[in-house]
Design a protein around this ligand. Sequence first.
Ligand code: PGA
Length: 265
Amino acid sequence: MRRPWLAANWKMYKTVPESLAYAQELWHLLSDIKGWDQALDLAIFPNALALWPFAEKWAATAIGIGAQNLDPGTEGALTGGTSGFLLREAGARFVIVGHSERRKYFGETDEIVRTKTEAALEAGLGPIVCVGESQDERRQGETLKVVHRQVRQAIETLEPSHVRRVTIAYEPVWAIGSGLVPTPEEVARVAEAIRADVADLAGSEARDQIRILYGGSVNDQNLLSFFDTPDVDGALIGGAALNAANLAKMARRIMDRDPLMKSGQ
Ligand code: PGA
């Protein structure tokens, strides 16, 4: 069974004190949602500088902590680099890989995304690999082709046992931060195709176990329309999760859902 997952990507927002204050408020709000920590995974992805203080206070709780990026490699003469091992030591348990902002502004290619996915797994981090088409690619009817290429490139060299530890976030580039969203049917179609790719590359167990998130202008009003599609297990949320009350509201919406967990075919 796949547990639902809400992941809050804060991007380059929030100072360290602001991050800690948010977590305190979130914890307080979540305490009103009975049994959330037994049924729902929830993780915050703050700035890397906040990981250590954040983990010191919250690592022992059910609030998960992840990083927004890593550099491949373990150590070496790589000025400015931050390895998965350093992130893990600082308290991260997950890491976002290949977010479209990194692909666009930092020149991350499919090849780099693959090496980062491998490096994350080697460091013991659970990678969330982001895939998704641009507006132009969508207009040209290339959504499935682009997603197929990005998924394959990211995971095709991995052992099936490693593939199971990967999460894939379908984030159409045009939906990120725009207030625009695909229809639930479009998301369902892409998520189904991603699962078929995973089956092809790593077998049916991996297909049934891997979690798929939807991301791009998710808020507490539209969250369930995506979560209710069979292959989507949760959401990667940017703007709407910058506010603790909003994230708690989304956690409550998922918790009110029945059934909560999803299984393979
Ligand atoms: P958004 O961002 O929710 O603000 O659209 C999502 C993301 O970039 O992961």
